[in-house]
Design a binder for this molecule. Structure first.
Ligand code: BEZ
Ligand code: FE
Length: 287
């Protein structure tokens, strides 16, 4: 294997992986090398451009720690996260809820909250009542489904970004016998994804905005069903068609209905206007 050129170097690299005993790994690497070399033959980068690319990836790695994952942000903003999601959670069943990007602000094992409780511990904002049911994908209610919810505040920040001492605007609920969940919170707003790293620079120099439309995150976990990671977006949001991470699906968009002061759906007496969202989830049985 000598005197390799732009045409035969791809086969030479693939040949060196021939002894890999893990067939799946071998086929992934063969495909990676084929596409990566094909990409380079197509764009013909200068050596300076290639050095810039390596520098970008180096800075992306250097930005990562246990709280910040710039590579996931890069995957999100290049549409890779949503492509992987689409390849793994393809559903043509309208009764099964669609998934979307997890995002970097999920915290495992959030504080448990009771049905109807408020998760807006001391956060200012417009009151927002969220409720719905969880079913088995055929309409039968599912009890004891664990639902983790998390969201930004009305200024677009998650508790972990504000480095609060305790959790805020996140909680764990469990569905009741009729598959119901309900909680009070504050209305979330659109917000920019973190822009202080190389991904932010990439968005800036390519003329892209960093915003995500307002949403509430949900993770639903139940024995015998696939875990559903999803979000419900506000219908009137200006960023629905230009989400920086490509996560919006029509089935996940709902009206955050603005209601006048008075009796809320759970019987609470409201002295100020508030919003109301109803969203039912259908889970997919695991194989
Ligand atoms: C989020 O929705 O929390 C999120 C998703 C992807 C990147 C940044 C934030
Ligand atoms: Fe989010």
């Amino acid at each position: 294997m000598r005197n390799l050129n732009a045409e035969n170097i791809t086969d030479a690299v693939i040949e060196q992986f021939a002894g890999c005993s893990d067939e799946r790994l071998k086929s992934i690497l063969n495909s990676l090398v084929t596409h990566l070399h094909g990409f380079l033959r197509e764009v013909e980068p200068t050596e300076q451009e290639w050095t810039q690319a390596i520098d970008f990836l180096t800075r992306t790695g250097q930005m990562c720690d246990d709280k910040r994952q710039e590579f996931i942000l890069l995957s999100d903003t290049l549409g890779v996260t949503m492509l992987v999601d689409a390849l793994n959670h393809q559903t043509s069943d309208p009764m099964v809820s669609e998934s979307t990007v997890l995002g970097p602000f999920y915290v495992a094992d959030p504080p448990e909250a009771a049905q109807g409780e408020s998760i807006d511990w001391n956060v200012e904002g417009e009151p927002f009542f969220v409720e719905g049911r969880v079913h088995d994908g055929r309409g039968e209610p599912l009890a004891n489904v664990v639902i983790d919810v998390w969201q930004s505040d009305s200024e677009g920040f998650y508790d972990v970004q504000k480095e609060l001492e305790s959790a805020s605007l996140r909680a764990r609920f469990t569905t009741d016998d009729l598959g119901r969940y309900a909680f009070w919170t504050v209305t979330p707003s659109p917000y920019p994804i973190p822009t202080d790293g190389p991904v932010g620079k990439m968005l800036e120099i390519t003329g892209r905005h960093p915003y995500r439309p307002a949403h509430v995150h949900f993770m639903l976990m139940a024995e015998g069903y696939e875990t559903l990671v999803t979000q419900v977006f506000a219908e009137d949001d200006p960023y629905l068609d230009s989400d920086a991470v490509f996560g919006v699906k029509d089935s996940l968009v709902r009206e955050y209905e603005l209601l006048p002061p008075g009796r809320a759906p759970d019987g609470r007496s409201m002295e100020v206007p508030f919003r109301h969202l109803t969203y039912d989830f259908g889970l997919k049985a695991s194989r």
